[in-house]
Ligand binder design. Structure first.
Ligand code: OAD
Length: 240
């Protein structure tokens, strides 16, 4: 084990107040492409840029195209995926009383599938859906089994409980995330490019001296971290 891994192992072994904050890179080892890597979702060619498609305007004005993209590129890969070594290790640490919470920008539900209980989904989840007219709730299967746009019996559109571009984050979830991060002993940030706000801004609430950045590529926050490891999350965490 190299020196950086030994440091990380020591911090993990000694702590019972670890918080993990992650993004799409947590799920790439489960076969779900991230957004901004060269093989990521945003590097593929579409009629519209994905940021445009995954927006509130697109959902309301071009609803059929929204659901075509959303079901094929976001829901199908997530439902076909299984938790990887990173998801499983985080769940194991929580069960052992070492990890307080997983804060994620992912919408794929894989942390819960791995057994994590305290999962704060900043950008919502594909698993929950609701009618934009009457508010009735629907499971993800209702969306995948509907041809085209999923409709409620009241005539409304069944939309995902996912935060689209132009939409605000749930303030209750944000406050809980801030609380966990500002009280954390070890904060591990992994698998996120840290470019999407307000989620990326959460890092500034950390007050400790064990900020770990575990990401395949460099991020703009590397210089602020106490330990930087550029490697695959699942490969690193499974060694701990
Ligand atoms: P990005 O695609 O922007 O960043 C993923 C990061 O994970 C990249 O820096 C990769 O180098 C890294 N990475 C990939 N595989 C990895 C692995 N196995 N181990 C470690 N690191 C790995 O994804 P996010 O930061 O999550 O928002 O993107 C943030 C938001 O942008 C998403 O939540 C989504 C998107 O628009 C919404 O849908 C609202």
């Amino acid at each position: 084990m190299d020196e950086k891994l030994l440091t990380l192992k020591k911090w993990i072994d000694e702590s019972d107040n670890i918080v993990f904050f992650g993004g799409a890179g947590v799920s790439t080892e489960s076969g779900i492409p991230d957004f901004r890597s060269t093989d990521g979702l945003y590097s593929q060619k579409y009629k519209y840029p994905p940021e445009t498609i995954v927006s509130h305007t697109f959902l309301t004005r071009r609803t059929e195209e929204f659901f075509e993209f959303y079901k094929e590129k976001m829901v199908a890969p997530a439902l076909a995926a299984r938790p990887n070594a990173a998801h499983l290790k985080l769940a194991e640490w929580e069960k052992a009383g070492k990890l307080k919470a997983v804060i994620t920008q992912n919408i794929d539900g894989l942390h819960q599938a791995a057994g994590s209980k305290e999962v704060l989904e900043l950008h919502g989840t594909i698993m929950k859906n609701y009618c934009d007219r009457c508010g009735k709730k629907f499971p993800v299967e209702y969306v995948t089994e509907s041809a085209g746009v999923p409709k409620c019996e009241c005539g409304g559109t069944v939309r995902p409980d996912v935060v689209l571009y132009e939409e605000g984050l749930d303030m209750g979830v944000m406050e809980r995330a801030i609380n966990y991060i500002s009280n954390a002993d070890v904060l591990i940030i992994g698998g996120t490019s840290l470019v999407v706000y307000p989620a990326a801004g959460l890092i500034r609430y950390y007050r400790g001296n064990k900020l770990v950045l575990l990401n395949l590529s460099e991020t703009s926050q590397d210089s602020n971290a106490d330990l930087v490891i550029h490697a695959k999350l699942g490969e690193v965490l499974s060694q701990l």
